[in-house]
Design a protein around this ligand. Structure first.
Ligand code: RTP
Ligand code: MG
Length: 136
């Protein structure tokens, strides 16, 4: 089995879409290994989004991800589970995300795109270790 990190971002919790989002992952055949509602502090957000440090949207991103509680989860499935989650999520910009994807069906804005999923096997291991040490 293979694991990845999923975050139902603050907008998803605020809009009451956590069940819808996690339900889509579960219906696909993936399972929850861990899940916790938590307000992500700036230091943790900085570690999680380290690859984006220095980019114009970085400050807004860190502030958004910590503005209210998020549902942080470890999801398990077969090989390359991170890729399965990314396919279900759709592209970063909801305006370009096709219908049938989480972002395509449920979001309109780049800055409020509901869900984070690790973007590689290495990212999945690194990110799980930030939020749930030992679970990767
Ligand atoms: P995420 O990490 O949150 O799962 O999203 P992602 O992989 O689809 O996109 P990524 O490139 O990692 O960007 C992280 C988040 O930063 C915001 N962003 N804004 N204005 C922009 O050009 C821009 N680019 C990225 C998005 O909210 C994206 O989810
Ligand atoms: Mg990303």
């Amino acid at each position: 089995m293979n694991r990845t990190l999923v975050i139902c971002k603050p907008d998803a919790v605020e809009r009451g879409l956590v069940g819808e989002i996690i339900g889509r992952l579960e219906r696909k055949g993936l399972s929850l290994v861990a899940a916790e509602l938590r307000t992500i502090d700036a230091e943790t957000a900085g570690r999680h989004y380290a690859e984006h440090e220095g980019k114009p949207f970085y400050g807004e991103l860190v502030s958004f991800i910590g503005r209210s509680p998020a549902l942080v989860a470890v999801v398990e499935g077969p090989d390359d589970t991170w890729k399965i989650v990314r396919t279900l999520m759709g592209p970063t910009n909801p305006a370009e995300a096709p219908p049938g994807t989480i972002r395509g069906d449920l979001a309109t804005e780049m800055g409020e795109n509901l869900i984070h999923g690790s973007d590689s096997a290495d990212s999945a291991a690194r990110e799980i270790d930030i939020f749930f040490p030992g679970l990767a």
